[in-house]
Design a protein around this ligand. Structure first.
Ligand code: SF4
Ligand code: MG
Length: 313
């Protein structure tokens, strides 16, 4: 709710630091139990910052993160620790979060012991179970991280997240570092988890074709601001915001007789430390008017469950 995360802010009351980066600038959305919500945007749009802020892996500047009605940023450290197994994070590069000297089976199992979720002699069996769910086997348990391919490492990252039987997982670009053929396998693994376990996901990606397979609702971010939010059907069949239109126009369609008009955006994403006035998208928007340069468009519900921030919609 109204989530803000600013970096580089001076504590002085009298001096405003010009290099404050408003990585997330007042973003609100809800995720329903059991659904997979997609968060999409170019790099620097604030996606990862939102993911980390939600799980309290970093502090926030303002706003609330409500999980089952509790504001996570107001919980004590003990309360947060008790809740940790229920909310998990899957990283883009699981290798960076795996200790190279710890066998994969131990790395997956250690959280169970940390949180006293099972007896020591039960750990191996539980690790075996999740490895199997994730398409790995016994054989992999006593190997070290460097012995695995990128796709296998992501399976390990997923196994480590689900072994705690979480209610909610934030997956931050979990397939972006993988080859396309491997991406498909990991996306299939995510859909299997959706079907077989009642896990709620926040799935972060810069790639609209990836979220289309997995997400029931999607939010589109630009420079720390939500530009459009709606169901997959709404967004893909009838994108309303010019930025969503441009992103979608770059996604290939399998049917060659259907053609989307390609919208090429001018220039690069502006420096987040110095974002454009008015509508932050106006420097790249093909439809921008004078009004867009001065007036911030309100994020409005334009039809049921569909929100857009654009003067033209
Ligand atoms: Fe483009 Fe103006 Fe709409 Fe922003 S408000 S997306 S600049 S038309
Ligand atoms: Mg990121």
């Amino acid at each position: 709710k109204n989530l803000k995360k600013y970096f580089g802010e001076k504590s002085s009351l009298f001096q405003r630091n010009p290099s404050v980066v408003k990585a997330v600038d007042g973003v609100s959305f809800q995720i329903q139990r059991g659904e997979t919500f997609g968060l999409v945007g170019e790099s620097g749009s604030g996606k990862s910052t939102i993911g980390k802020s939600i799980l309290r892996l970093q502090s926030i500047t303002e706003g609330e993160v409500l999980f089952d009605g509790k504001d996570l940023h107001k919980l004590s450290n003990t309360e947060m620790r008790n809740l940790r197994p229920k909310i998990q994070f899957i990283f883009q590069d699981p290798y960076s979060s795996l200790n190279p000297r710890i066998r994969v089976g131990d790395a997956i199992g250690e959280a169970l012991l940390d949180h006293h979720l099972c007896e020591k002699h039960e750990v191996r069996e539980k690790v075996r179970e999740v490895l199997e769910i994730c398409g790995l086997s016994d054989y992999h348990m006593d190997r070290y991280p460097h012995e695995f391919s990128g796709g296998q490492r992501q399976r390990i990252g997923i196994a480590r997240a689900i072994i705690l039987q979480p209610d909610f997982i934030v997956a931050d670009e979990p397939v972006s570092a993988l080859d396309v053929s491997i991406q498909a396998q990991i996306i299939n693994l995510f859909s299997k988890l959706q079907r077989e376990r009642n896990i709620t996901f926040l799935f972060i990606s810069h790639d609209l074709s990836v979220v289309e397979h997995l997400c029931s609702r999607i939010g589109v971010l630009y420079l720390g601001t939500m530009m459009e939010l709606g169901s997959r059907e709404q967004l893909y069949s009838n994108p309303l915001h010019p930025y969503t239109k441009a992103l979608l126009s770059a996604v290939p369609i399998p049917n060659p007789t259907l053609k989307r008009e390609r919208i090429i955006l001018k220039g690069d994403i502006p420096n987040p430390a110095n974002p454009p006035s008015g509508c932050k998208f106006h420097t790249r928007c093909p439809f921008a008017t004078e009004r867009c340069k001065v007036e911030v468009p309100e994020f409005r519900e334009v039809e049921s469950g569909r929100f857009v921030a654009c003067h033209l919609v």
